[in-house]
Each structure stands twice: as C-alpha cells, then as structure tokens.
Design a protein around this ligand. Structure first.
Ligand code: FAD
Length: 505
C-alpha cells in the first residue's frame, strides 16, 4: 500500500511524538504518526506522573529546565483539569542529610523562579502536630511542604493523540517503522502493521524521530549510522503498595545515597513509591523493561527509613518500570545525567529534513513541540502560529474549580452510577464522560461488568475512540482497573476482546 505525500512523518506515539503531531496539525501541516505498539506503551506511561519543576535538578544547576518546567505546571493544569491536579509535597527534615538552610533556599527558588500564580506557596510544618507526621517515625519532627501537580501520564498522551486526530492527523498504532530513506527531496518511510504484517509505504517532506529510548535504533537503521550513539538509557522503577496513609499529601524522602524518592497517594486505595535510577543494560526489543528485585528492595528500604510501619516486599501489589532516553552528556552517575531535552537537526544529515529528539520530560513536552515546530517552519515554511498554550485537551473544557460541580451534575444526570465510578469517569474522561454514557439510563445499559466497575460501555468507548485493543491497554493505560482485577476477570475481558476483534475481521 502507498500513502500520499505528507509534510511530516512522526516516529513514536509517546508524549513527545503526539505533542509534535498535535501542534503541527493545528498549524496546518499534514501529519502521519506511527506508533509500533500502543500509544504511551513505553516511557510515557512509566513516569512518576508529576508535572513538576524538579526540585532536585536545582542541585545540578539546571535552572533553565526547572524554570521552564515550573512555568509550564499551571499551563498543563489549566488545559487538562480532569487528569492534572495540584499536589502538596511534604519533605521531612532528616538531621543527617541536607541541612534545613539548603532546603529552604531550594524551596525559595522553587517558589519564585517559575511564575507560580494559583499553586500554594512553600510552608514549614511542625510534624509533631500536623497529620502528615503521624505515619512517619517520631524522630521526624520538622518538615517543609511545597506544590507541584499530578498527571495521568498515559491519558495525557492518548488525549493529545485524540486531539491531533480530530484536527486531521493520521495516527497509526501497532505500525512499526522498519525503514526510512531520504530520496533527495522527500522521505520514503516503510511501516509494518504489527497485527496483519502488511507493509505500507509513506512519503513525507520531513521525519521527526520521537522514538524515545529507540532514538539511536532509528538513527542506526534509517540513516545507516549504527555507531552514532547519543542516548544514555536510564531505567527507573516504581512500586505500588496498599495505602500507607489516609491524607492526600505526598512525601518526598531524601535517601542516604543523595537520591530522593516519592510516596504518593495512588488510585484511592494505594501508595505509589518511586523511583530508581540506573543504567539500562538490556535489549529494548527483546527484554520487557520490568522492576528488578534489587530495585524493589531498594524502594522498600528507602521508604522504611521514614514510615513508622516498615514497607516490605510482601506489600508490593504491582510495579512498573521505564527507560529514560536521556541525552548522553557524559555524567558519571545515572542520576546526574541531564533531564533537559536536545534536538538534533543538521544540514549534513539529509538536508535538515530529519529531527531527532533526545530526553525531555512529560512536563515540558508542549514546549519541546514548540521548539520542534520552529525548526519545521524553517525547513517547510511557516504556517499557523503557536496555539497549544491555551488549548484544552479532550474532556478538559472546564475550569479546575468547577470539577466538583461537574461531578455532581454527572451523578444527578446518571443516578445509577456509584460515587466511585462517577468520580473515576470524571477523572479519566472529564466532559467526555457524557459521550461515553450517551443513551444509557440505568446499570443494565452499561452492559457486562468485567470487574472493579469496568463495564462494557467503557470498554467499547475505549476501543472506538481511543485506539484500545488489548486488555493491557484498557486495564493499565486507559484505566488502572487492572490493579483491582483478578486473573479470572482479566481472562473474561480478554475473551470479550477476542470475540470483538473476530467479529470485525
Ligand atoms: P516514549 O514514551 O518512550 O515514546 C517513544 C515511542 O516510540 C514508544 O511508544 C515506542 O513504542 C515508539 N517507537 C519506537 N521505535 C519505533 C518504531 N520503529 N516505529 C514506531 N514506533 C516506535 N517526566 C515528567 O515530566 N515527570 C515525571 O514525573 C517523570 N518521571 C519519570 C520517571 C521515570 C522512571 C522515567 C523513566 C521517566 C520520567 N519522566 C518524567 C520523563 C518522561 O517520562 C519522558 O521524558 C517521556 O515520557 C519521554 O517521552 P517520549 O515520547 O520521548 O518517549
């Protein structure tokens, strides 16, 4: 099969690829994006899920990165108030680690360099009186708190892809780029469908290599430069344990090795603890990136330094792991490698018509896309202006302060929803929850219940609107219902999906 000539072909459906595709289509460029698995199936669903400046990057003098990220927090929150919300972080003072004056200085900078308007400021805490002191060992008597935001990372990617699609981008999933050849004035890109095996030839004036951890693989295979190594792959793992505390604030714990770990309230019933930092030595194509026993024990020990009740390996309900595709700046320790992004485009390399993306953060993906668009404009000629700073993501067309009112409206209009399900739907779909429930008037109308409040209506919505295909797409990326599913319930969902796709064949 051969497709028409497009302006831009994007390789990779993580936050960077979809962010660029969305910005470009909104400005009037024609765009195809190919993702070899599910959207957000790699690093972009394996993050700590923070829209943050990165307090600890101040120690590495990454002032520009921190400032840019801090400024972006309130932009992202305003554009996606269903999947992004503010969090308060409690940093207990540890008398053997960073001195209080250094923490106060860091927090002062954090409060003042990044255009904070809505988020509350830093404060001191008396841990002997505040509820946040209760789950911790009594030796932590003093603490500090500051603000950042939470994001549902996998949904952030899918919503940006939906918006790009609705504006006309051609978003292909389970479509792997197997070769890309520059033919003098345009690119010939060949993709292979990972289900049917069918190959398609695409033509585009520019290629954007947003393949995250695979960025050097594309450079090696597409450009025939296997020795051109640019990324440092740094693995980071998280674990989910049963709820360690009842309040809504998070903890940021300093560890004796100089690193920090977070403990964050997660999906109502759990606590998310992470992350680790070590060089990834495996094979991205062959090995599933998964938390190692060593990482889980490291996280248990680090958290147990602070929590009064020790966190043990038996408490771990689930874990996930991702690989940061960091630009290799020669730092000796994985935790010191820059978190900033680097774009590479050179005249020698196919006449400026390919841009490689290294590193970056979910927080700053929108700004990264704007930087890429600047380069695209120089090559292809300008089209529309910057637009994404004030553009809502699907379902996010309401003010954050109206969330509770909207939730109440959803419950009153769909009185058959349990409180828990209504809240979950509002958090995942925002105003799109009304689309998902269109025409449904009672519980029967939701169809088969697979478990944990996951009904057929939601499964169908995800298949028809959000590219979901497998049980994993639904249980662990579009939703986190998988945390509550038994193996029998997962098998029932798999059987349903098998029958659904067989009916389509
Ligand atoms: P990816 O999400 O990996 O996307 C690349 C995509 O390209 C993949 O889906 C892959 O399948 C696809 N692909 C590869 N090769 C091909 C091919 N040949 N054909 C088609 N598709 C292909 N950032 C924050 O802002 N806040 C955080 O709290 C945070 N925490 C983090 C914690 C950890 C442990 C890690 C690992 C990262 C964290 N980050 C955080 C950073 C952030 O997650 C990444 O910078 C971001 O997700 C990278 O996105 P990406 O699009 O470049 O890569």
């Amino acid at each position: 099969m051969t497709a028409d000539l497009k302006d831009i072909f994007v390789i990779g459906g993580g936050i960077n690829g979809v962010g660029i595709a969305r910005d470009a289509i909104g400005r009037g460029y024609s765009v195809t994006l190919a993702e070899m698995n599910d959207l957000a199936s790699a690093t972009s669903s394996a993050s700590t899920k923070l829209i943050h400046g990165g307090l600890r990057y101040l120690e590495y003098y990454e002032f520009r990165l921190v400032r840019e990220a801090l400024k972006e927090r309130e932009v992202v929150w305003a554009n996606a108030p269903h999947i992004v919300w503010p969090l308060r972080f409690v940093l207990p003072h540890h008398k053997d680690l960073r001195p209080a004056w250094l923490i106060r200085l860091g927090l002062f900078l954090y409060d003042h360099i990044g255009g904070r308007k809505e988020l509350p400021a830093t404060a001191d805490i008396d841990m002997t009186k505040d509820e946040v002191g209760k789950p911790l060992k009594p030796l932590f008597t003093k603490g500090f708190e500051y603000s950042d935001c939470w994001v549902n990372d996998a949904r952030f990617v899918v919503l940006a892809a939906m918006d790009a699609r609705d504006r006309g981008a051609n978003i292909l999933v389970r479509e792997k780029v197997i070769s890309a050849t520059y033919e003098g004035t345009s690119w010939k890109v060949v993709t292979k469908n990972q289900i049917s095996g069918e190959e398609t030839v695409h033509h585009a004036r520019m290629v954007i290599n947003a393949s995250g951890p695979w960025v050097d693989h594309i450079i090696g295979d597409a450009l025939g430069k296997p020795d051109d190594k640019n990324v440092r792959l740094v693995q980071g793992s998280h674990m989910i344990v049963k709820k360690m505390f009842d309040h809504k604030r998070c903890y940021i714990f300093q560890n004796k090795d100089g690193r920090i770990i977070f403990s964050i309230p997660y999906e109502e019933d759990f606590t998310l603890i992470g992350t680790t930092d070590h060089d990834f030595k495996g094979d991205l194509d062959k090995d599933k990136v998964a938390a190692t026993e060593e990482e889980l024990l490291y996280l248990c020990n680090a958290a147990s330094e602070y929590f009064a009740k020790p966190v043990t390996r038996d408490d771990v309900v689930w874990s996930y792991s991702g690989v940061r595709p960091l630009y290799d700046d020669g730092a000796s320790a994985a935790q010191e490698a820059t978190r900033d992004y680097v774009l590479r485009q050179s005249k020698e390399e196919c006449d400026n018509s390919i841009i490689h993306i290294f590193g970056g953060k979910i927080t700053t993906a929108r700004m990264l896309a704007e930087s890429v668009l600047k380069k695209i404009e120089m090559k292809l000629g300008p089209k529309g202006k910057k637009w994404t700073k004030v553009a809502r993501l699907p379902g996010g067309d309401f003010n954050a302060s109206a969330f509770d009112d909207l939730l109440a409206r959803l419950k009153s209009e769909h009185g058959y929803l349990s409180d828990r399900l209504a809240y979950r739907l509002m958090r995942l779909y925002g105003t799109k929850a009304w689309d998902l429930l269109e025409g449904i008037t009672d519980t029967d109308g939701l169809g088969q219940c697979f478990g944990a409040d996951l009904y057929e209506a939601e499964v169908r919505y995800l298949i028809e609107n959000e590219w979901a295909m497998t049980a994993e797409d639904i249980l662990f990326r579009r939703t986190k219902c998988g945390l509550h599913f038994t193996s029998d319930q997962t098998a029932a969902l798999e059987a349903y999906l098998k029958a659904y796709w067989a009916g389509k064949a």
